[in-house]
Write a protein that binds this ligand. Sequence first.
Ligand SMILES: [Zn+2]
Length: 490
Amino acid sequence: MRIAIANFTHESNTFVAAPTPLDAFHIYRGQDVIDHYTPTFHEVAGYIAGAEEYDFTLVPLFSANATPGGALTNEAYETLVGELLTSIRAAMPLDGLLLALHGAMVAEGFPQADGETVRRVRELVGAGFPLVVTHDYHGNVPPGLVADATGLIIYKTCPHIDQRERGVEAAELVARTARRDVQPVSAIVKPPVIFNIAFHNTNSGPMKPLMDAAIALEKQPGILSVSIAAGYQYADVPWMGPSIVVIADGDIALAQREAERLGEMMWASREQLIPRIPKAAEAVAMAMASSQWPVSLFELGDNVGGGSAGDATIVLEELLRQKADGWVVTLYDPESVAHCVAAGIGGRVDLRTGGKLDKQHGPTLSVSGRVRTLHDGTFEETERRHGGARYGDQGLAAVVEVNRTGPGKGGLLILNSLRIPPMSIHQITCMGIQPQQQKILVAKGAVAPRAAYEPVSSRIIEVDTAGATSISRPAEEFAQARKDLYEWRR
Ligand SMILES: [Zn+2]
């Protein structure tokens, strides 16, 4: 039995002006797909493990993914989806396909691009062909995608640490479908709420009982899989918001009934979905007043994993204004890194840093200090962390000691040359910084960095800041999203 595997993923933030071009994508083909993903915790690693467990021959086709950012250009989308379709056609005859799609890809002309991709794949492979899709928990799933796929399986954790298991589960579903052991039928329900990212943690808050109910439902006879996508509010697309997907074995009425039951449960939690989160001034004061360190501040408006700039200065400006010490802030600023390299280790630099990519993420600041470390920016993560990656690369990077001679002991500013989200603590430790010796760690993210930062932090404080991933964007800034979402009409 020959099952093809492919990966085409991007989380697209429609509030980021710069589009994501073709050359932003890392591409692997054929055997390289297997070699790249095997040592990771990504769902493609689960597909690979599943081939052995469920006894099928892997046909690795193609993998393309890029750091979250603006919508794909038409060239990027058409080229990559074109290669995906060509590679499927070339690999035929096949008994099934496992396809990893993010669920929040937007392309020029296709606000629900993953839905368009599945539509084109289905058109190519024909009705009845086993086509199992996996999604990130932050997908904005359109009902059409669920209709076109044989089954959709979504991560159950945020931070996403179960990707590999979901890949194995998808492999099982495609194999059992191809062998005609099961006949998957799916229902999707989309409760009219935004489900703010502030509540996406699956270990606490309003999502935990919902996910527990989904997991319990999977044990019921006749149910093959139950998924909840929390949605992705940084995309103005028709189906922005959460989704509940239930796959039953041949019994569509059962799938529909149970999806609606979970949908009612989510709807009943709507009053709990209104965030109350401090702004930067209050959050920094709270961190400074802590009796146990380090405290981690999560800068929500510059959630790099959600597509933002990575160079927001809003929290840094407040740390400087309140003369905090023992802080660590990371900014994406290749230009400043070049200045640090020119100055050399121990050299003094006067920098204009941050706030350079756009006007949403705070002002460019004047910062002076001494270059403490220069590093090639690569690191390895062997623990299970959000995204499942093993090897990280923040590009050529520098640490600048700021205000060491001024009041307090100042802080450490990490400047890097590749815009990457803070999913691994080794982004900091590789620079020679020990988190336990610091007081305030700033991570540019919402929930995803928890897997990396909870083990080293006494406490995590979320900070409501402006930016491309602001959690309090008003309804008026959305044109395509449904207008009946509870948070907007309460
Ligand atoms: Zn995600």
